[in-house]
Write a protein that binds this ligand. Structure first.
Ligand SMILES: [Zn+2]
Length: 213
């Protein structure tokens, strides 16, 4: 991977990036991001933070967030991939690093705020994974519920990251207003199928912390 990265350069063309591979073909910024994403394998995932209610791929993504190993623009720059700008694609106000995308960006903060309102817990503005973890550890909920809430946060990070990628690589601008609803419906689908108790989407939407487990 390092050899490939060192022998190639990322150039800008109009509003897209391409990776010029010895003139033989075009390598999109998207491909570089995917390659680096796949190059990080979960050999040392912390088993204490594994949420059984959500898919493995989302647990792995959350693990990468915790270690700052997602292929953010800043992490790509650190690996020698040059690009036209390193600003957040959502707000264009700050450098796109893991903490900004997942926690500090106004869009991410807004999603966290909505999750807190939905779960009826006090919102705290977090600016990093470490702050999120410290805040989350202090939340008082029965263990199963807390694990579900942790899963909801992991799903939200996954959705925020995908939203960011859709802005960069999608054929149309995604709608920000649907992200939270997607988190609610997706988390219901994952949690209800992996939980032994039956509950409805209405129960989940109205007050998940009140569901009898
Ligand atoms: Zn931003």
């Amino acid at each position: 991977m390092r050899d490939i990265l060192e022998s190639c350069s990322l150039s800008s063309q109009v509003d897209r990036w391409y990776w010029d591979f010895n003139g033989d073909g075009e390598f999109m910024f998207k491909d570089v991001r995917n390659l680096l994403d796949e190059a990080v394998l979960p050999h040392d995932v912390d088993p204490t933070r594994w949420v059984k209610y959500i898919p493995i791929k989302i647990n792995i993504f959350a693990w990468k967030v915790s270690l700052d190993r997602i292929p953010s623009k800043l992490n790509l720059l650190k690996r020698g991939v040059s690009m036209e700008n390193n600003l957040c694609s959502v707000c264009h106000e700050d450098i796109e690093d893991t903490s900004h995308i997942i926690f500090k960006c106004e869009m991410a903060s807004n999603i966290h705020q909505k999750i807190c309102r939905w779960w009826q817990i006090d919102f705290y503005h977090m600016s990093s994974y470490a702050e999120w973890l410290s805040w989350f550890n202090d939340i008082r909920l029965p263990s199963k519920k807390k694990l579900m809430l942790e899963g909801v946060f992991y799903i939200s990070w996954w959705q925020i990251w995908n939203f960011n990628n859709q802005i960069l690589f999608g054929s149309s601008i995604p709608r920000r207003s649907t992200v939270f609803d997607d988190i609610v419906s997706r988390s219901f689908m994952y949690v209800s199928s992996r939980c032994k108790k039956n509950f409805s989407l209405t129960d989940w939407m109205s007050n998940p912390s009140a569901i009898a487990l």
